[in-house]
Ligand binder design. Structure first.
Ligand SMILES: [Zn+2]
Length: 196
C-alpha cells in the first residue's frame, strides 16, 4: 500500500501538470476536457487475456471521453485484471488515473456457462462507473447474468456508452471521488436457497 501511495503521489501532480501544459493560453473556458486515459495491468489475468483485449476494444470503440490502455509497467496501472477461481467482482468506479480499481475475473462464472468476453466487458463497466442492471436485456452489458448463458453480447448499448461518457465528461476535474465500493457478481441462473 505504501508503495502504491508513493506512486500515486508522484503520478497525480505529473498528470495534472501535463493536462495544464496541453491547454493553450488562449483556450476558452468552455473548451472540451481532455480524454481521460486509464491504464490497466493484465499480467495476472492468465487465460482471460484474449477476452480482456476484446472487451477493451469494445469499450474504446463505444466511448469518447475515456480510453483504456495497457499500463507501461504493472506498478503504474490505474486498475488491474486478475484471474480468480470464485465469482467475478470489480471496484465500482468511475476509476480515475491515480486511483485504484480491481477486476477479479472469476472462473466460476465461466463454469456456469457464461461468455468470458461478456463477463470481462461487464466487469470493466463497473470500473467505468456503471452499476448492475440484472433485469435488463442482452443488448446491455450491465444486465450481466440476467439474460442467461445464451447471451454473449460483449458491447455496451448506447445508453451505457453515454453514461460512461458522462462519468468522464469533466476529465480529470472529476477525479476526486469518495471511496469506491466493490460489486460482486454471482453469474448464476440458479435460485439461491438456504443460508449460504
Ligand atoms: Zn456486475
Amino acid at each position: 500500500m505504501s508503495k502504491r501511495t508513493a506512486v500515486m503521489a508522484a503520478l497525480v501532480p505529473a498528470l495534472l501538470a501535463t493536462t495544464v501544459g496541453l491547454t493553450p493560453a488562449h483556450a476558452t473556458p468552455r473548451a472540451p476536457a481532455a480524454v481521460v486515459t486509464l491504464t490497466y495491468d493484465a499480467s495476472a489475468a492468465g487465460p482471460w487475456s484474449d477476452s480482456i483485449a476484446q472487451a477493451v476494444r469494445n469499450w474504446n470503440d463505444a466511448v469518447h471521453n475515456v480510453r483504456l490502455e495497457p499500463a507501461g509497467s504493472s506498478g503504474s496501472a490505474d486498475y488491474v485484471y486478475e484471474a480468480t477461481s470464485g465469482w467475478p467482482e470489480a471496484t465500482l468506479g468511475p476509476i480515475f488515473p491515480g486511483g485504484y480499481g480491481d477486476v477479479q475475473l472469476g472462473q466460476q462464472a465461466v463454469n456456469e456457462g457464461y461468455d468470458a468476453t461478456r463477463i470481462t466487458a461487464h466487469e470493466t463497466g463497473h470500473i467505468l462507473g456503471l452499476p448492475d442492471d440484472y433485469s435488463g436485456p442482452c443488448s446491455e452489458l450491465m444486465s450481466g447474468h440476467g439474460p442467461g448463458t445464451s447471451c454473449t453480447n460483449a458491447k455496451p448499448d448506447a445508453a451505457e456508452a453515454a453514461q460512461v461518457d458522462s462519468n468522464y465528461a469533466a476529465g480529470l476535474a472529476a477525479a476526486h471521488r469518495p471511496r469506491h465500493q466493490v460489486v460482486i457478481d454471482v453469474w448464476s441462473g440458479r435460485t439461491r436457497t438456504g443460508s449460504h
